[in-house]
Design a protein around this ligand. Structure first.
Ligand code: AGP
Length: 611
């Protein structure tokens, strides 16, 4: 959600904060602000992107070696200068940046208003800093103690970082539910919501856990729990390079990440799949491999694009492993009072590993005795650390808000899990197992071939970019891909789009079809082919404009439709890895042609860390 960055050390803090905020802008871009200590607290904040803040701060003297910064995704209070972070305490001597939601802020605010506190914003975060200072004054304690006492009384999720005029060389931070990483440098420390602002300075990091408070100075980092007990910081080395978070000549991160997929899928398979030797090794599925193999039921929980990956996994696992699978939206699963039986296994899929809905659903399932496997992209993320076991997708840092390379890496991991379990269970023949190993091993080159349709896709995008609605249809393994295509278009171009199982169209959506409605049909060669051809005829009978994703060499569908985009032939179990590519590119070019900010679409954020 919001992006938080902070610094204490020997460098000028403001340039470090500004650069960090630009790196974190994909987490929220409603407003931005910084606070530094130079001859007292200096706060500069502005509605809009970090570049607006930069222009606004250009004339302000912000020299200092300590500071905090924030880029916002609005929850409480609309985007405005007043609701921008940092917020200051009643005395104006302490500043706070906050990522998360304080659910009981209303009752706290009511108490504070009765005491005469005056608020400048509508935010829960401003209430929190007033509350902390109020405790400090009443309990006659230092800021660290006041922070711990206050956090024992707030309900909700938070990462907070504070600076205070009375402690000019100290940062105070705390975490519950939202992510916080501390970069350990020589005589300096960097704090951020994720590692992207840190790796250019150090790859030594500490991931702060829930209910931990950090007190940070140039050469000191101490961690405590809310009960004032020290915790030993666990320093880890990041395996990440700067190039991974640069555009490398592409116009947008989304386009770069679409083009990276042949390599990222290869990276995801490397060391795990050897088609020659005929083996699959998933180190992260070891201690609980038996539970997975003997599962009575597999429940997949996730959100957004990761939920679509879960749907594809349902088809693959049920077909190969013969284990019943249910795919749940994390938020609905968490609050629906779910049934978890002995022998049920949960798979939680999340690119960021920080999605609050999925995190709380995992906690719920674990409290009911379920084994939880995580499939995550961000190393060291909360979902990775809270799952019993799991597999990283190794797609590298995904900066574009619309998930692309992480999705195909998720599909690769889920396919490997299904193939391994099926082989170990003996629910697929050796022959089919080895065929699928070879197909998956070859998928990177087929994805690369699908990307070569880019110029053709650009022309189709030009033709349909002014549409107001769009329908995506698919069957079987391609049904979730139709959903994913529709989501990408919605996210990137703000055009209303719906994905549907093609056969379901006759039961309602067919009423939408006329010569003004583009219908994108994923119609590759598979066991549903004959059926999807009839669905195309039904759409054409209502003068619908059809763009069909077809398998190379298809000589039937091209004559029936307005446009075709060919993709290489692939075993239907793995087809989603290839059939999604044209849909990613189509949404990208329609978004660009409509002048949308494709890397930072309005109202969205890369990881949704609040419920
Ligand atoms: C996808 O393009 C979106 N960014 C969004 O739907 C995303 O998939 C969803 O928020 C889940 O995120 P996660 O995979 O990081 O948990």
């Amino acid at each position: 959600m919001c992006g938080i960055v902070a610094y204490v050390g020997h460098r000028e803090a403001y340039p470090v904060l500004l650069k960090g905020l630009k790196r974190l802008e994909y987490r929220g871009y409603d407003s931005a602000g910084v606070a530094v200590l130079n001859d007292g607290l200096k706060v500069v904040k502005k509605q809009g992107k970090v570049s607006v803040l930069e222009d606004h701060a250009a004339s302000v003297y912000l020299s200092s070696h300590i500071g905090i910064g924030h880029t916002r995704w609005a929850t409480h209070g609309e985007p405005s200068d007043a609701n921008s972070h940092p917020h200051t305490s009643g005395s104006g001597k302490i500043a706070i940046v906050h990522n998360g939601i304080i659910e009981n802020y209303d009752s706290l605010k009511y108490e504070l208003l009765k005491k005469g506190h005056v608020f400048n914003s509508e935010t829960d975060s401003e209430v929190l800093i007033h509350f902390i200072e109020d405790i400090q004054e009443n309990e006659k304690c230092d800021l660290e103690q006041a922070l711990r006492l206050a956090l024992q009384r707030v309900v909700g999720a938070y990462v907070v970082v504070l600076v205070s005029e009375d402690d000019p060389d100290t940062l105070f931070a705390a975490r519950k539910g939202s992510p916080l990483v501390i970069g350990v440098g020589k005589g300096e420390h960097f704090l951020a919501s994720d590692a992207t602002p840190i790796i250019e300075y150090t790859n030594e990091v500490v991931y702060v856990n829930d209910y931990e408070v950090a007190i940070i100075r140039n050469n000191e980092l101490s961690l405590k729990n809310l009960e004032n007990e020290y915790k030993a910081p666990y320093v880890q080395t990041l395996d990440m390079d700067l190039a991974a978070i640069e555009k490398e000549g592409y116009d947008h991160f989304m386009l770069k990440e679409i083009h990276e997929q042949p390599k990222t899928i290869h990276d995801c398979l490397r060391g795990r799949l050897d088609a020659e030797k005929g083996f699959l090794r998933l180190g992260g599925i070891h201690k609980y491999a038996e539970q997975l193999q003997n599962a009575n039921r597999i429940i997949i929980i996730s959100c957004g694009t990761s939920w679509h990956a879960g749907l594809v996994a349902e088809y693959i696992i049920e077909e190969l492993c013969r284990i019943p699978v249910e795919v749940e939206y994390s938020s609905e699963f968490r609050y629906r009072n779910p049934i978890i039986n002995e022998g049920d296994v949960l798979i939680a899929i999340s690119q960021s590993g920080e999605t609050a809905d999925t995190l709380v659903a995992i906690e719920k399932a674990k409290s009911m005795g379920a084994i939880v496997f995580g499939v995550c992209n961000v190393v060291g993320s909360s979902i990775a650390r809270t799952s019993h076991e799991g597999v990283y997708t190794h797609a590298g840092t995904e900066i574009g808000v619309a998930s692309t390379k992480a999705f195909t890496a998720q599909l690769s991991v889920l396919a490997m899990i299904a193939m391994k379990v099926a082989h170990d269970k003996g629910t697929i023949s050796d022959e089919r197992y080895h065929l699928l190993l070879k197909e998956l091993d070859a998928i990177s080159s087929k994805v690369a071939k699908a990307i070569l349709q880019e110029e053709k896709i650009k022309l189709i995008a030009k033709e349909i970019k002014d549409m107001t609605n769009c329908l995506y249809l698919g069957r079987g393994y391609n049904f979730p891909i139709a959903l994913e295509g529709a989501l990408k278009l919605k996210e990137i171009s703000y055009i209303h789009a719906e994905g549907y199982p093609a056969a379901e169209m006759k039961h309602g959506p067919i009423a939408l079809i006329d010569d003004g409605l583009p219908v994108i049909i994923v119609a590759t060669k598979d066991s549903y082919y004959e059926k999807i051809v009839s669905n195309i005829q039904e759409v054409k009978a209502r003068k619908g404009k059809v763009i069909a994703i077809v398998s190379e060499g298809d000589d039937v569908i091209p004559s029936m439709v307005d446009h075709v985009i060919e993709v290489p032939n692939v075993n239907e179990v793995l087809m989603p890895l290839v059939s999604v590519i044209p849909l990613q590119l189509l949404s990208y070019y329609i978004g660009v042609l409509r002048g949308c900010d494709v890397d930072q679409p309005r109202n969205l954020a890369k990881s949704v860390t609040v419920e």
